[in-house]
Design a protein around this ligand. Structure first.
Ligand code: TYD
Length: 138
């Protein structure tokens, strides 16, 4: 987890089943994603110009999806940064542990859906960027 880099972050095309009545996209354990889902959470009602995230996780793996609207996920491995724009419900960002992330540029009405590999544990968070750099041995 300490060695993950931004290259381990991957955009995943999620299947889309649909017709004129609309679409369904499905994510199953170990199928689209390399982990079992233990928790689902979602961010919404984010005021324009606000930023979320600003932390890293030691063990948690996540799949991040713009269930509605759009936003940017800025990934940082301590050396390099990369911005992924999420704007479709059938596109997900696989986000492994050991990376710093910020989520910004939320459109109005955006919903950031997160499928997570563990239940909520504050001990798994690294909330200080300095501590993150030490954790990565940078
Ligand atoms: P946090 O993960 O810091 O939010 P973000 O990364 O979006 O800025 O969580 C915000 C608050 O919500 C914090 O007090 C912890 C709490 N929280 C839970 O209780 N359970 C959860 O599953 C999550 C994701 C957050």
């Amino acid at each position: 987890m300490k060695k993950t880099s931004i290259k381990d972050c991957k955009l995943i095309q999620i299947n889309q089943i649909g017709d004129r009545r609309g679409h369904i996209s499905v994510v199953e354990n170990q199928n689209e994603i390399p982990f079992s889902i233990k928790r689902v959470y979602y961010l919404y009602d984010v005021p324009s110009g606000e930023e979320r995230g600003g932390h890293a996780h030691k063990e948690l793996q996540q799949l991040i999806v713009a269930a509605s609207g759009s936003f940017d996920v800025v990934v940082d491995d301590g050396y390099n940064k990369k911005t992924f724009s999420l704007n479709r419900p059938n596109k997900g960002l696989y986000f492994p542990a050991g990376l710093w992330r910020e989520i910004n540029n939320f459109s109005s009405g955006a919903t950031c859906l997160v499928l997570a590999s563990h239940i909520y544990q504050e001990e798994d968070y690294i909330r200080e960027y300095k501590t993150f750099k030490t954790y990565k041995k940078i």
